[in-house]
Design a protein around this ligand. Sequence first.
Ligand SMILES: [Zn+2]
Length: 289
Amino acid sequence: MKIIDAHNHPDWWGHDLAKTLANMDANNISQAWILSWECGANEFMQHYHQAFLASRDHGPIPFERCVAYKEKAPERFIIGYAPDARDPNACRRLRAAHDIYGAKVCGEVKCRAMYDNPDFLRMFRTAGELGMPVTLHFDYDRQFKCDDERVEWWGGTIKTLENVLAACPDTNFLGHAPGFWVHISGDDIWKVKQYPAADDPIPCEGEISRLLRQYPNLFCDISAGSGCTALSRDISFTKKFLTEFQDRVVYARDYFDTRHQDLLRTLDLPVEIMEKIYCKNAERLIENA
Ligand SMILES: [Zn+2]
């Protein structure tokens, strides 16, 4: 079965191009979406500096590095670029990335800003015009015990996501990260935990299910610990979720390990559903980009 990893980054966690390609081969991944990350220099926690070589001008993961990967192995990578929407030239730069370099995804959007503000909505609408799906990172404000004493938060709340979906009906969005996946359950766990544990129950379905039914422009990116843990909490719930929303969920890692494949393997889903999650939904999302 063809496998597309719909969320990864260049030079990420010790992986250069050669190591990334070797890792993709080892995990039967034929293509990866390689995404940039642009935000203010003081917006991200400093420990991230050991995960990448941040650009002084354009934030943590510059688009130039995505382009460099694509030039070396064009058939293996789909490149994504999300300018910081607060840059007055964000829409122009997004168009240039699409027209000149063939960027097909607007991602990863990860800024310390509410994504339903006018600057972001304008960029999201431009992405929609260009046929580019938008990958959104959400995180609630939490005080981390780490090298940054400030609260770190990204994007806003689940209500912010709903505002974005309603304001940009012609743009497809991929929900990603802890602030999104915590809402797989309809309880109050989002108030107390960034990462629910794999054995935290799902007493009832959450906002994600409601939003997926109400907004056809929402998709789910299962990458990272947040997506994997959310889908591990209640396996029978996960099977129902992935069956109902089989056209709206994409396999993605954000890592270089096998945890998401290991989880999907245990679910015993029909091959048609697995094909959609592993590649067809991701292919469909970028077919007009
Ligand atoms: Zn992210």
